[in-house]
Design a protein around this ligand. Structure first.
Ligand code: NAD
Length: 364
């Protein structure tokens, strides 16, 4: 069992990582003074796998759990689910001292966290992430929220959890495609901050794709350490935290152009990292060997590095939409070497187009 601390003054919290950590969840809740009603928010895929066990565990700890099951899927990350959850919390008797447990992937964590942020003007919540994306990224850092029909993640709040409890054994049931998409975010952490992590990812594809839990512990722990240290320095994304968006400027364009059905988020990020590397080469920040090395690693995880039928103009248009959201220039996080990234706001449309064309044609 490993513990990592997210240092945020009075909002600091521990991340516990290990195998069969559910007894730790019991301890965490009792140390935090949980009493009476507690809500377990989960989704329709995770509930049949782990809902009853967590419900029983919390019951044995003397709590009165209420299982609140959302339909699985990104399309359920929407505002009316918050109203529904608040109704469930009320019916369960949650008060201002109560705790919400978010048991699931990033969708559950974002929705449950936002419900906790607004219920009675904010109550405490614990993240129990069950996907790689959630274990290495979304459960840490306090970004919570839902989508609007016009834009993703546009309604939300910073609301830090009071603890994160990561149980690697949950990954045994994770579909392979979700596993690969989650590992894209780990590769991203290597490129932005840790050359040794990137080397580990290069060398370990076979074991990680086979869900060797002993092999998965290291990259999940390192990712949490990296994210925790970035969040501790820049909780509200005023500066440094933006480096976590490596691959995302292009990635959001790919997701939108694929109508949010063609790619999982991590797949779009993988393709986005490749486009970002092509762009970095285009403007002379990295050489071809860097682009090839990152490409080989992404491909080793069965993640996309080309999109032959990509509608370049649609991707560009979707990226412009992101530009409006930040009220000015399009921001790119680009590598200028392994484990070192910079932010650039001076990229021209012609340079962006050239990088997209490299991805369409499978170059780079
Ligand atoms: P997800 O929550 O939709 O989970 C993916 C799928 O796996 C779902 O069908 C889910 O039911 C299923 N699942 C979850 N755990 C399982 C398990 N152990 N076994 C079997 N099936 C399981 O998606 P995700 O990839 O975890 O997260 C993506 C979401 O996270 C997006 O909405 C994204 O915007 C958000 N996100 C948020 C942050 C943040 O900082 N808050 C960061 C990254 C991503």
């Amino acid at each position: 069992m490993t513990q990592i601390d997210v240092s945020l003054g009075e909002r600091s919290y521990p991340i516990h990582i290990g195998l069969d950590t559910m007894p730790v969840l019991q301890d965490v809740l009792s140390r935090l003074g949980a009493r009476g009603a507690v809500a377990i928010v989960t989704d329709s895929n995770v509930a049949p796998l782990y809902g009853a066990a967590v419900d029983q565990l919390l019951g044995e700890a003397g709590l009165w759990p209420r299982l609140c099951v959302l339909q699985a899927g990104e399309e359920n990350k929407r505002l009316d689910r918050i109203e529904w959850l608040c109704g469930e919390f009320l019916k369960a008797g949650l008060d201002r001292s109560s705790i919400v447990v978010a048991l699931g992937g990033g969708v559950v964590g974002d929705v449950a966290g936002f419900a906790a942020a607004v219920y009675m003007r904010g109550i405490r919540f614990v993240q129990v992430p069950t996907t790689i994306v959630a274990q290495v990224d979304s459960s840490v850092g306090g970004k919570t929220g839902v989508n609007h029909p016009l834009a993703k993640n546009i309604i939300g709040s910073f609301h830090q959890p009071i603890a994160v409890v990561i149980d690697l054994t949950f990954l045994r049931s994770l579909p392979d495609r979700e596993l690969r998409a989650g590992l894209a975010e780990v590769i991203k952490h290597g490129v932005i901050a840790d050359a040794a992590l990137f080397e580990y990812m290069e060398a370990s594809a076979e074991r990680l794709l086979a869900k060797d839990l002993a092999a998965l512990e290291h990259p999940i722990r390192r990712s949490c350490e990296i994210k925790a240290s970035i969040v501790a320095e820049d909780e509200r994304e005023q500066g440094l935290r933006a480096i976590l968006n490596y691959g995302h400027t292009f990635g959001h364009g790919f997701e939108a152009a694929g109508k949010y059905a063609r790619f999982l988020h991590g797949e779009a990020v993988a393709l986005g990292m490749h486009a970002a590397a092509a762009l970095a080469q285009e403007i002379g920040l990295v050489d071809e060997a860097f682009v090839q090395r990152q490409r080989d690693c992404i491909e080793a995880y069965g993640l996309p590095v080309a999109w032959p039928e990509m509608p370049v103009d649609v991707v560009l248009e979707a990226m412009q939409h992101d530009k409006k959201a930040v009220g000015g220039a399009l921001k790119f996080i680009l590598a200028d070497g392994m484990a070192h990234v910079i932010q650039r706001k001076d990229i021209t449309e012609a340079q962006t187009r050239a990088a997209l064309e490299a991805v369409r044609e499978g170059r780079g």
